[in-house]
Each structure stands twice: as C-alpha cells, then as structure tokens.
Design a protein around this ligand. Structure first.
Ligand SMILES: Nc1nc2c(ncn2[C@@H]2O[C@H](COP(=O)(O)OP(=O)(O)OP(=O)(O)O)[C@@H](O)[C@H]2O)c(=O)[nH]1
Length: 419
C-alpha cells in the first residue's frame, strides 16, 4: 500500500463497489485537508441557524408551558445559546481535528435534546404532552442540517433516542400508548435521516474522489508537459539549453529590447580542431571535453541573465541582454582564457598543446523579426574571422549594413583579441 501514489488510491477507492464512508488513511487525510475549511464554514452557518431556531421555540414555550417560562428562558438563552456560540467560535477559528469537530457538533445536538426533555418533564401543562413529537426535529437537525459524519450521526441518534426513552419513562402525565407513539416517530425520524445522511455523505465523498482524480490527472499532465518542454529545450550531453531554447530566448529578448532599445550581445564559441581531438582521444573523451567546455562557459557569464546554449556539435552560444562593447569583449576574453586554463590536453593541434576555443561576437539592438538571425550571421562571420586569424581568439563583428537593414543597430567596429 505504501508504494501507491495518490492517484492509485483514488482509482482504487472509485473502483470499490457500493457506497463507502471511509477512505484508507492517506486518502482520508487528504479528504479532510481539502474539505475541512468548507465543512467548518457550512457548520458555522447551519449552527447559527440552529441556535436561532432553538431560541425561537421560546414563543412555543410561552404558549404551551407559561408556568416554566423562566426556566425555559434560562435553559435556552442561558445554557444552550452560550454553548452554541462557543461551538460557533471554535468553528470560526477553524483547523479543528475532524473527530473533535464531529464530536462537538454531536454533543451540542445531544445537549439540546437533553434540555428539551427537561422542559417537557418539568412542565405541568396538558399541552406539553405534544412536545416530544417535535423532538425528531433535533435528530433531523443533527443528521441532515449538520450532516454529521455517519458514525457520529448514528451515535448521536442512538443517544438521543435513549434520552427520550428515559425522560418518557419518568413522565407520569403521558399515556403509555402515546409514549410508544413518540418513540416510533423519533426512531423513524432517526432511521430516515440516517439513511439520507448516509447517501449524502457517500455522494459527497464520491464527488470528491472524481474531483480529486481530475485534479491529480491535470497536475500529472502539467508535470509531463513541463518535463517534455525541458527535454525538448535541453541538450542531453551538456544539459545546457539547445538551439530551440536559444531561438526562444532570442525571440523573448527581441520582444523586450524592441521596447527598451538596449543592445544585445551574441557570442558563438567553437572548439578549435575538435575533429583532431576526437580522432586522437576518442569520442567519449570528446564528449567529456564538450561537457567541461559547456560548464566553463556557463561559469563565466551572468547567472540568471545571460543565456548559454549548445547549438550543435562543438559549437556553443551565449546571449547577453543589456550588453555593451566593453562587457562583450570582457566576457569573450574571460571565456577564451578560462577554457585555455582548463588545460585539457589536445595534442592534435599545431597552435596549442591544450584545448582552446575561437569566439565570434556581435552586438546590436534587436528589432525586426529577422534581426536575431542577422545578429547570428554577424557573430558567425566574426567566428570565421577568428578561425582564419589563427584560432584561440575572440573577434567582435564589424557594423554590417545587412544588420542595419533588418532593424538592428550594430554597435561595434571589428575588434580582435589574439591570445
Ligand atoms: N565527441 C563528440 N564529438 C562531436 C559531437 N558533435 C560533433 N562532434 C565532432 O566535432 C567535430 C567537428 O569538427 P569540424 O567541424 O571539422 O571542426 P574542427 O575540427 O573543430 O575544426 P575547426 O572548427 O575549424 O577548428 C567532428 O569531428 C564531429 O564528429 C559530439 O556530440 N561529441
């Protein structure tokens, strides 16, 4: 049972035949957590109505048993109402343990039954003998108006019927046949309201299960979607963003910078002579090298602001929002130097004994729909220049008429930083 997920528990509960009034513990706990606030509110409202109705019977007391009206006032307003108000205050405070909440409501029903029986017994008025016929209303209040949870409804109904039986047996005014009649009416009311309460609770629980199943399914679906989105935007080897993520980030930046007109920097970083590295050390070593280069690039940019991605093969890219010439040059040089400092033995390149990278950089304000593509072209061209210039260097792209046409504002003249 412990390995079951919540949705498994819900499915099991739903597949159970017949009406069930208790879930297994974990599901029951969730049911209570999800519904307790609403139940407390419902009990608060029905409790207030019940107090008002109970006190309204003072009118009845004045009519049929004026001789004990003082006692009636005392029991209704001096005893039952304060108890009721205390119950309402506790419900209002909320977060009651379910068993305490249900016991408290059941107890208030039993107390009111007890007080009503005291009034009946102490009254000498002949009309008072009709009083016990109304006691079923108290049972109805507990089982239907409060919708006590079934075991509590059952217990309070039995207790109430015992109370009525005891008080009837003490009464000398009422005939035996009438007493039986009262008990029949009380027991029938108890039975009918218990049956109705049972069905109400069963259908409330079933509706809850159906609602919870939908909610859990929707949550699972959302998690799967998030996972799929993550997978589709992540490079499986380096765990950096992939081309799709990079393009999305570019679109987002374009929308932002179109408003703020702040230049965006783009760096394309390519490992030098990586084919030779693979040939010399094998593909697995090549993969490890790609991962270390990716991590190093990520460590050299602004966390949470710059976007790093592996575009494919041995090519990485960085997008730098709110960038200027100084920051892009510094970032490019920092990245180049930190990868060289990793000192990953290469052995297959004439220029350097260790793995190095070449960088093409471009700076511009994104605007028109294809300005991102043009910025990329500028950076790519600068990368080509870096490779042609001898590798292990960063080159900042020159202003390009094409970029200007596309709505970007090229911000820098070509610069080169030989190692
Ligand atoms: N280990 C490994 N190698 C890869 C991966 N993707 C691409 N490559 C290799 O990267 C190498 C890229 O080689 P080229 O495009 O010729 O470039 P290069 O040798 O780095 O030369 P320059 O870029 O001109 O310095 C190829 O040998 C690819 O097989 C990968 O995921 N893992």
């Amino acid at each position: 049972m412990s390995g079951l997920t919540m949705i498994d528990r819900v499915e099991r509960a739903l597949s159970r035949r017949g009406l069930a009034l208790a879930f297994e513990p974990a599901l029951e706990a969730r049911f209570e957590t999800d519904t307790c606030r609403q139940r407390e509110r419902m009990l608060l409202i029905s409790g207030a109505i019940a107090i008002a109705v109970y006190d309204a019977f003072l009118i009845n007391d004045l009519g049929i048993r004026p001789e004990i009206f003082g006692l009636s006032l005392l029991l209704r307003l001096g005893v039952m109402t304060p108890i009721g108000l205390l119950v309402l205050a506790l419900l209002h405070r909320g977060n009651l343990r379910p068993a305490f909440r249900e016991s408290m409501m059941s107890a208030s029903v039993v107390i009111s039954m007890c007080l009503s029986n005291v009034l009946f017994l102490l009254s000498t008025s002949p009309e008072a003998m009709f009083d016990p016929f109304s006691f079923g209303l108290i049972i109805l209040g507990g089982n239907i108006v409060f919708s006590l949870r079934f075991p509590f409804a059952l217990a309070s109904t039995c207790l109430n019927l015992v109370l009525v039986a005891v008080f009837l047996s003490l009464s000398t005014e009422m005939h035996g046949v009438l007493k039986v009649f009262v008990m029949m009416v009380g027991a029938s009311t108890g039975l009918f309201t218990l049956a109705a309460g049972f069905r109400l609770e069963a259908s409330e629980r079933r509706s809850y299960l159906l609602m919870l199943r939908e909610k859990l399914r929707a949550e699972t679906m959302q998690e799967h979607n998030q996972m799929l989105t993550l997978i589709s935007h992540t490079d499986p080897l380096t765990k950096l963003g992939n081309r799709r993520q990079f393009d999305k980030a570019m679109d987002r930046l374009r929308a932002d910078t179109a408003m703020h007109h702040l230049p965006v920097g783009m760096l394309i970083i390519d490992i030098d002579n990586f084919k030779a590295f693979n040939d010399l050390h094998g593909h697995l070593e090549g993969d490890a090298c790609l991962c270390r280069v990716g991590e190093t690039i990520e460590a050299q940019v602004r966390r949470g602001m710059d976007v790093v991605a592996r575009l494919g093969g041995e090519e990485f890219a960085v997008l730098m929002p709110e960038c200027d010439r100084r920051s892009i040059e510094q970032a490019g040089e920092r990245i180049r130097l930190s990868i060289e400092t990793l000192s990953i033995r290469h052995g297959g390149t004439p220029g350097s004994p260790v793995v190095t990278v070449s960088l093409g950089m471009a700076l511009g304000v994104l605007g028109a729909p294809d300005s991102g593509r043009l910025l990329y072209q500028l950076a790519d061209k600068a990368l080509y220049d870096a490779k042609r210039g001898g590798r292990n260097r960063a080159v900042l792209a020159d202003a390009s008429p094409a970029a200007g046409d596309a709505g970007s504002v090229p911000a820098a003249a070509a610069s080169s930083f030989p190692a």
